[in-house]
Design a protein around this ligand. Structure first.
Ligand code: MG
Ligand code: MG
Length: 265
């Protein structure tokens, strides 16, 4: 069932969204060569505790995971892209790090992800990261009343096609609001003009992710971390977006959406 939100409810989601943005800004600022993923997890955990927010990941136990998730943030490095389980790993020069975070505040949830390159970035990694950001912005642009869900999917896959990246459609975006995952499912691949008609009050997590040279995935033995099947590098960009009477409202926009490499122009 798809629940349309009132403007007041969307504003409550925006409160959660601003906080998610703040944590992801901080994680992006801290991510650097020599930093351990567990330190980033701990930092996010402390911010969430101080804010009195609720992690949507803690104790999350879907069918595919090995036992409940006991972290507040997903951190995925290089060929890892989704559900990255924070572990004892120290970031190296040129690593591609994706951070994905969903939290609730006073019963309303927001979900966002970003990818940064730490240290010296390879040009091909920056291109991949920027393609997911470009796909996300293109998708947000068409999240308007009267358009269809397929327009959003098609906007994402068109950008991937332009860059020559294959698109996996097993994991994509989703409705969001009172919980992290609500109807509808939003594929990253689709046909314009098809599917649900978008209406004001629809709130979606839009999340293009690409691997450089494959659309296939493999799972780590932990049952959580999803990697590109061929080991090629990956990137993931996500925002929580509300369809409104006016322009699409991005609820998780970071204050200054930094480029993929911190310090770059
Ligand atoms: Mg997410
Ligand atoms: Mg999501």
């Amino acid at each position: 069932m798809i629940e349309l939100k009132t403007p007041a409810e969307i504003e409550r989601m925006h409160v959660a969204g601003r906080f998610v943005a703040e944590v992801l800004s901080e994680v992006g600022r801290l991510a650097d060569v020599g930093v351990n993923l567990l330190d980033l997890e701990l930092h996010a955990r402390r911010m969430i505790e101080r804010r009195g927010a609720e992690s949507c990941y803690w104790d999350y136990a879907p069918s595919f995971g090995r036992g409940p998730f006991r972290n507040v943030i997903c951190l995925a490095v290089n060929d890892a892209v989704l559900h990255g389980l924070p572990h004892d790993y120290t970031l190296r020069d040129g690593d591609v790090l994706t951070a994905d975070l969903a939290v609730g505040i006073d019963g309303w949830v927001a979900d966002s992800a970003r990818t940064v390159v730490v240290g010296t970035a390879a040009e091909e990694d920056l291109r991949l990261v920027r393609a997911t950001e470009e796909a996300l912005e293109a998708a947000i642009e068409v999240a308007r009343p009267g358009n269809r869900l397929g327009d959003i999917s098609a906007a994402i896959s068109a950008v991937a096609d332009d860059h020559g990246y294959p698109v996996n459609d097993e994991f994509g975006g989703h409705g969001i609001g009172r919980t992290m995952h609500e109807d509808p499912h939003l594929s990253n691949k689709g046909r314009a003009g098809r599917g649900l008609t978008l209406r004001p009050g629809l709130t979606l997590a839009i999340e293009p992710w690409f691997a450089r040279t494959t659309d296939r995935i493999v799972y780590d033995p932990d049952g959580w971390t999803i990697r590109s099947a061929d080991g090629s590098r990956t990137a993931h960009s996500e925002h929580t977006v509300a369809v409104t009477e006016d322009a699409p409202l991005v609820l998780t926009r970071r204050a200054a959406e930094e480029p993929a490499t911190r310090g770059a122009a």
